[in-house]
Ligand binder design. Structure first.
Ligand code: NDP
Length: 488
């Protein structure tokens, strides 16, 4: 039975409205010739102005609601999301392509994230200081930063928006959200949940449309803060638009994450973690393992373990039981990965292992393990797909130097049984997240997340409630002195 195409609308000032722009659609990456997943008209620049005005109009009442009441809205959203978990997972797999197991995991983590930020409303959120004056209290307070522009990618179409939108709303800010064009139905599904949970008119506005709509949103003079996850070039163009006018900015960009494997490592478990980190979600994670650096004489045994696992990966429609890797998100993404892979081979890389892909029209890319040298383009530039290159070095110093020899600094992992080696890597690998004996991918939703160098922008990090509070508020220090008593 064919699943009907969903008609999507924009959310502006509490009203679902048709876009005033051009017709667009999202497709099923496992069945691009089938019926579209969703169809919609894009938002116009005039509708962007309407959304910004609605956000400004909603700001004061949303602020006055208070933290605990806003936390209750997030808790209701978590419960609604849990009720709809299976439908959301099926939609995610249909629109983004990932396996149903991955989609279910993402929905579950998004529910937890909503609960986490709901509970964060009850945490202490300021400090008091002694005053030189006996009748005075000095305390720090947090105030909403203002209208927050949220721009999100397609690879985690629910989790990344929730990481950003939940704390932005909790701290009393109105939000204007432009999601990725490849996953608009997921964006509408999340917006429906938040609106149904009680986010008032104008406090959350959703604009579906192309990248230039995002550019207009971040450049808008009323945008007080921007939180973005996506590619380096777009991130840098946003930085150039936002920083000069003093708005707050949080960027989570790409990575070129290395896994360093020492000869004393437990190789079967290292190989499990590397294949999960490099190939999981069809390699479409900014934290994916792109390079494996084998130290000393472990190279041959490690390659054997890795090749066995890559060859056993089952690629297929995400909705099929037993599928480990779904298709990549779009024909454009598939073509970019295939071109980069061919370039690597032309530059001298050797294919160590691949897995078969279905013989159907989906956007399939075979997971590929390469043997290479550091000079390959693929060892410098991020290829957002299931491709990992194995390199060899003689010792730990060379491994750390090579791991750090990129413009990125998102995640890194090290596999060893030696605590001193692990400690050295935790200290010296230039990465915002360092994992020991664990995949480069995956993070706790309550621990600070973010990269270094071109992977990020110096700002309070994502996920953890403390750093989220810092980003989505401005701090003030209040000196509150009692008025003199009447008769003094
Ligand atoms: P983009 O950076 O192009 O897109 C991310 C988001 O930004 C989307 O919502 C996109 O809208 C929007 N956008 C595009 N152009 C602009 C602009 N000029 N100003 C403001 N917003 C804009 O990433 P892609 O999804 O196209 O993926 C390309 C590459 O980005 C990947 O191959 C990968 O290297 C990297 N990437 C990194 C991710 C991460 O988690 N760090 C996630 C996804 C991608 P629209 O979809 O309408 O173009």
């Amino acid at each position: 039975m064919t699943t009907p195409t969903i008609r999507l609308r924009q959310m502006i000032g509490g009203t679902w409205a048709d876009g005033a722009g051009t017709a667009e659609r999202s497709e099923n990456p496992a069945d691009p010739d089938g019926a579209p997943v969703a169809e919609y008209l894009t938002a116009s620049e005039e509708q962007l102005e309407q959304a910004m005005a609605a956000a400004a109009a909603a700001a004061r009442a949303w602020d006055r609601r208070g933290l605990l009441s806003r936390g209750q809205v997030l808790r209701r959203a978590a419960l609604l999301m849990e009720d709809r978990a299976e439908d959301l997972a099926m939609l995610m797999t249909r629109e983004q392509g990932k396996s149903l197991a991955d989609s279910r995991g993402e929905v579950g983590a998004s529910v937890e994230t909503l609960h986490y930020h709901a509970a964060a409303a009850r945490r202490p959120n300021g400090a008091t200081y002694p005053s030189s004056h006996p009748d005075e209290v000095v305390r720090t307070i947090r105030r909403p930063v203002g209208t927050v522009a949220v721009i999100t990618p397609w690879n985690f179409p629910l989790q990344i928006p929730v990481w950003k939108i939940a704390p932005a709303l909790l701290w009393g800010n109105p939000v204007v959200w432009k999601p990725a064009s490849d996953t608009p139905a997921m964006a509408v599904a999340l917006t429906e949940i938040l609106v149904e949970a009680g986010v008032p008119d104008g406090a959350l506005n959703l604009l579906l449309g192309p990248g230039h709509l995002g550019a207009a949103l971040v450049a808008h003079p009323d945008t007080a803060a921007v939180t973005f996850t996506g590619s380096v070039p777009v991130g840098h163009s946003i930085r150039d638009a936002v920083v000069p006018r003093g708005a707050k900015l949080q960027l989570e960009l790409g990575g070129h994450n290395a896994a360093v494997v020492l000869p004393d490592a437990h190789l079967p478990s290292a190989a499990d973690a590397i294949v999960a980190g490099g190939m999981g979600s069809t390699g479409q994670k900014c934290t994916a393992t792109r390079r494996v650096i084998a130290v000393g004489d472990c190279y041959d045994a490690l390659v054997g373990e890795l090749a066995d696992r890559v060859e056993a990966l089952v690629v297929g429609p995400g909705a099929d039981e037993g599928t480990a890797l779904g298709p990549v998100v779009s024909a454009k993404a598939r073509d970019e990965i295939t071109t980069a892979l061919q370039q690597a081979i032309d530059e001298g890389a050797a294919v160590l292992a691949t897995a078969p892909v279905p013989d159907t029209p989906g956007h399939w890319v075979a997971p590929t393990l390469l043997a290479g040298i550091p000079e390959l383009t693929i060892c410098r530039e991020e290829v957002f797909g299931p491709v990992t290159t194995v390199l060899r070095v003689s010792d730990l110093d060379a491994a750390v130097e090579l791991a750090n020899a990129t413009d990125f600094g998102l995640t890194a992992s090290v596999f060893t049984r030696d605590q001193r080696t692990a400690r050295r890597c935790v200290d010296d690998l230039v990465a915002g997240l360092v994992k020991v004996n664990a995949p480069s991918t995956g993070s706790e939703l309550h621990a600070p997340f973010g990269g270094l160098r071109d992977s990020s922008f110096p700002a309070p990090r994502e996920q953890a409630s403390d750093s989220a509070a810092e980003f989505f508020t401005v701090g003030k220090t209040a000196y509150e002195r009692l008025a003199p008593e009447e008769d003094s």
